[in-house]
Design a protein around this ligand. Structure first.
Ligand code: HEC
Ligand code: HEC
Ligand code: HEC
Ligand code: HEC
Ligand code: HEC
Length: 380
C-alpha cells in the first residue's frame, strides 16, 4: 500500500539509487567506526594515505616486536617462494589484496607496482596504521608518541578472521570484477574451527599466537612453519591391539582449531620407521579437493570440491586434540617399528607423495622420536 503510493511519484530505478546510496553511506560510517582497519577478506586492498613508514621505522623504537615480526610468515607473505610460485600459476589481484594489502591512495588495483611495501607483506602498518593514527587494542594512559584509534577488535579472534577465514571464489573468480563472489565452500576455515573448539569463549588467536612476554604481546606468530611450536605441539603413541592392528594416537597439545588448518595444501605426515630409518608406514593428514571443470564458469559454485578430510579435528571437550586410527600391519612390521618422524608439507603433490625427493622449501621435518619396543602382549 505504502509502496503503491510511492510508485506513483517515484520510479523503481530512482528508488533503488536512493536506497543504494543510503546503504553505502550507512555502511561507510559503520565501517569507519567499528572497522577502521578496513580489512575486506581480499575484496579490496588498503589505500595508503599519509606518510609512508616501513616496519623498519617502527623498529627503531619497538625493537623487540620488530625483531619478532622479522621472523614471521606475515613478513614474507608476498615474497616467500611458496606464495610466489602459486601466484604465478594464479596471478589474481584477489591474492595480493591479502598477501600485500597496502596500495597507493590513487593507485591502480591491478598494478603490482602500485602496492606499497609489498616486500614487507603483512607489515606493522597493515595491522596498525591508518592515516596518521596508530590502531591499538587500548589507548595508553599517557599517550605521547602517537595519535591513536582504539580498535577493541584487535584483542579478539575476529581481527584475525578478516584474513584467516574465507571461501573459494566462484568459478575462476577474481577481484575487482563486479561479479566476483565467494562460494559456500570454505577455503580457509580457521576461525570457524576455533568457534567449534573448546577454546571458543576462553582463548583467542592472540592468546596462543601472541603470547605475552615482559608485559607486551609477542609478535612472532608461530604456526605451520615454526619448528619449535610444531615440535612441542605434536606427539605420537602406538599400541598393539591385535595381531594385525596397531592403534595410532596423535596428540596435539592446546590446538585451537583443526590441523592442518589454513592453506589448502597444508599436510602433516607421520612416518613409522625401522632402526635404519626405512619407512614402514606413512599416514598423511590433509584436505583433498577435486577439480570440477563444469563449475569453471559458474556464478555460484566453486571449481574445487572437497573430496576428503583426513585431519585432526578441533578439540571439543578438553584442551588437547587427538587423531586416532587403527592401522593394519604384519607382525614382523610391528616388531620392526623403532621410531616416528613428523613433517609438514606445504605443496600440493598428492600424486608424488611417495617420491623420495626432499626439498627444504616445501617440507619441514620437525620431530623424530624413538618408540618403545612393541610388546607381543599388546602393551608398550
Ligand atoms: C620514536 C619512537 C617510536 C616510533 C618510531 C614508533 N613508536 Fe609506537 N610507541 C612509542 C612509544 C614511546 C609508545 C608508548 C605510548 C605513547 O607514548 O604513546 C608507543 C606505543 C605504540 C602502540 C601502543 C602500545 C600500547 O601501549 O598499547 C602501538 C600499537 C605502536 N606504538 C605501534 C607503532 C607502529 C606500528 C609504528 C610504526 C608505524 C610505531 N609505533 C613507531 C614509540 C615509537
Ligand atoms: C597481523 C597483525 C599485526 C602485525 C603485522 C603487527 N601487529 Fe602489533 N599488534 C597486533 C595486535 C592484534 C595487537 C594487540 C594485542 C592485544 O592487545 O591483545 C598488537 C599489539 C602491539 C603493540 C602493543 C603491545 C603491548 O602488548 O603492549 C605494539 C607496540 C605493536 N603491536 C607494535 C607492532 C609493530 C612495531 C609491528 C611491526 C614490527 C607490529 N606491531 C606488527 C597485531 C599486529
Ligand atoms: C589454544 C591455542 C590456539 C588458539 C586459540 C589458536 N591457535 Fe592457531 N595454532 C595452535 C597450535 C598449537 C598450532 C599448531 C602448531 C604449529 O602450527 O606450529 C596452531 C597452528 C596455526 C596455524 C598453522 C596451521 C597449519 O596447518 O600449518 C595457523 C594459520 C593458525 N594456527 C592460526 C590461528 C588463528 C587465525 C586463530 C584464531 C581463529 C588461532 N590460530 C587460534 C594453537 C592455537
Ligand atoms: C591482512 C591479513 C592478515 C591479518 C589481519 C592476519 N593475518 Fe595471519 N597471515 C596472513 C597471511 C597472508 C599469512 C601467510 C603468509 C605466507 O606464508 O604466505 C599469515 C600467516 C599467519 C601465521 C603463520 C602460519 C604458518 O603456517 O606459519 C599465523 C600463526 C597467523 N598468520 C596468525 C594470525 C593471527 C593470530 C592474526 C590476528 C592477530 C593474524 N594472523 C592476522 C594474513 C593475515
Ligand atoms: C582473504 C585473504 C587471502 C586471500 C584472498 C589469499 N590468501 Fe593465501 N593465505 C592467506 C592466509 C591467512 C594464509 C596463511 C594460512 C596458513 O598459513 O595456513 C595464506 C597462505 C597461503 C599460502 C601458503 C604459504 C606458506 O607459507 O605456506 C600460499 C601459497 C598462498 N596463501 C597463496 C595464495 C594465492 C596464490 C592466492 C590467490 C589465488 C591467495 N593465497 C589468496 C590469506 C589469503
Amino acid at each position: 500500500m505504502r509502496n503503491d503510493k510511492n510508485k506513483s511519484f517515484m520510479n523503481g530505478k530512482f528508488k533503488n539509487t536512493i536506497s543504494g546510496c543510503l546503504l553505502l553511506i550507512i555502511s561507510f560510517f559503520y565501517c569507519k567506526e567499528s572497522k577502521p582497519h578496513v580489512f575486506s577478506k581480499g575484496l579490496m586492498p588498503i589505500k595508503w594515505e599519509g606518510n609512508l613508514e616501513s616496519s623498519k621505522d617502527c623498529g627503531v623504537c619497538h625493537k623487540e616486536i620488530y625483531a619478532e615480526w622479522e621472523t614471521t610468515r606475515h613478513k614474507v607473505a608476498f615474497t616467500n617462494e611458496l606464495y610466489r610460485e602459486s601466484h604465478e600459476r594464479e596471478p589474481l589481484t584477489w591474492c595480493v589484496n591479502c598477501h600485500a594489502p597496502m596500495m597507493k591512495a590513487n593507485g591502480d588495483l591491478e598494478k603490482i607496482e602500485d602496492r606499497v611495501f609489498k616486500e614487507e607483506g603483512i607489515s606493522c602498518i597493515v595491522c596498525h596504521k591508518r592515516g596518521d593514527k596508530i590502531l591499538t587494542a587500548r589507548i595508553p594512559s599517557k599517550p605521547q608518541e602517537h595519535k591513536y584509534i582504539e580498535v577493541k577488535e584487535m584483542r579478539r579472534s575476529e581481527f584475525c578472521e578478516n584474513c584467516h577465514q574465507f571461501n573459494f571464489p566462484v568459478g575462476t573468480g577474481n577481484v575487482p570484477h563486479k561479479n566476483f563472489k565467494y562460494s559456500a565452500q570454505p577455503m580457509q576455515n580457521t576461525f570457524t574451527e576455533w568457534q567449534m573448539s573448546y577454546f571458543y569463549g576462553k582463548e583467542t588467536c592472540q592468546d596462543c599466537h601472541m603470547k605475552p612476554k615482559d608485559g607486551y604481546k609477542t609478535h612472532s606468530f608461530p604456526g605451520g612453519h615454526n619448528r619449535d611450536y610444531l615440535e612441542n605441539t605434536f606427539s605420537v603413541n602406538l599400541e598393539k591391539i591385535s595381531n594385525s592392528d596397531v592403534k595410532l594416537t596423535v596428540t596435539a597439545k592446546r590446538l585451537g582449531h583443526a590441523f592442518p588448518t589454513g592453506d589448502l595444501f597444508r599436510t602433516l605426515i607421520i612416518k613409522l620407521l625401522d632402526k635404519k630409518n626405512q619407512e614402514i608406514k606413512r599416514i598423511v593428514l590433509r584436505y583433498e579437493y577435486d577439480e570440477v571443470e563444469s563449475n569453471r564458469n559458474s556464478e555460484t559454485l566453486s571449481a574445487k570440491r572437497l573430496r576428503e578430510r583426513n585431519i585432526i579435528t578441533p578439540p571439543v571437550a578438553r584442551e588437547d586434540a587427538y587423531y586416532i586410527k587403527n592401522i593394519s600391519l604384519s607382525n614382523s612390521d610391528m616388531e620392526r617399528i623403532d621410531s616416528y618422524e613428523l613433517s609438514m608439507n606445504y605443496i600440493n603433490e598428492s600424486n608424488k607423495l611417495f617420491s623420495s625427493v626432499e626439498d627444504n622449501t616445501s617440507k619441514l621435518v620437525f620431530k623424530f622420536q624413538k618408540l618403545p619396543p612393541m610388546n607381543t602382549d599388546g602393551h608398550r
